[in-house]
Design a binder for this molecule. Sequence first.
Ligand code: RIB
Ligand code: CA
Length: 310
Amino acid sequence: MACKIIIDTDPGQDDAVALLLALASPDELEVLGITSVAGNVPLELTTRNALMLAELAGRTDVPVYAGCERPTVRPLITAEYVHGVSGIDGANLPDPTTVPADGHAVDFLIETVMGNEVTTLCTLGPLTNIAVALEREPAIASRVDELVLMGGGFFEGGNTTPAAEFNIYVDPEAAAIVFTSGIPLVMMPLDVTHKALTSRANVEAFRALGNAAGHSVAGMLEFMERFDMERYGIDGGPLHDPCVIAYLLEPELFSGRDCYVAIETESELTMGMTVVDWWRLTDNEPNCLVMNQIDNDGFFRLLTERIGLL
Ligand code: RIB
Ligand code: CA
């Protein structure tokens, strides 16, 4: 039985690879819908990009719902410096021929979770849509089977401030709502995604697939990795968001630890920090499985194999 999932996303080149991986895996993942959120680029662009990627995957059967255009409390910050003005620079895709589904993403999230026995939420951007849905209908917390998120960092620090990773930093209040909701959480922080590094060989392997998806993925990764290579002085860029989908397909690729995680929402110095009680120094019960190890070869094998099916 395929796992029923909703993907909440702010494409973003790494979001794009995650979406393609999910849409290429219909036997294991029934994507009930894609919900866009403002993050890497403004909502209009993240929504447009999600439509283009569903078309690239030949999966226009999956509806795309536009979500929140700004965080719950703070002003929106975006990341064109990483992803380019379009959000998926390097993809070289045609304009979308489809349009978003009618209705707001938050209403879709609530109706779908309340209407299905089991739903898994996959979040690849700021947690704004999920938090607004929880505030509007708290009952969804007990019906979501699992929420797998890319976000946060601990031993690895942050990538937007010294303390905070982008997805959490953009909307820390939303993250705090999600991390105190009681929903079973699996977190893919920078501690694991910084080990999911592209290389010349695996970017060329995508291009060598010879299909439109492989060519677009190679172009996107070559655009996105330059920022991290310059910042960190490494030979390749981290592929953050596909870790979320890869976990659902092959959980054995990852390992980590059940921890209590809290979100900083007061201090401007550490705003958006994911404070992970890795050594169990408090009496707080764990609320999250925090991943910190990945089989990187297996990860790229899975990605290349599935992108090749599109
Ligand atoms: O910090 C990395 C995260 O922020 C990824 O999800 C990337 O797409 C951006 O949204
Ligand atoms: Ca993202």
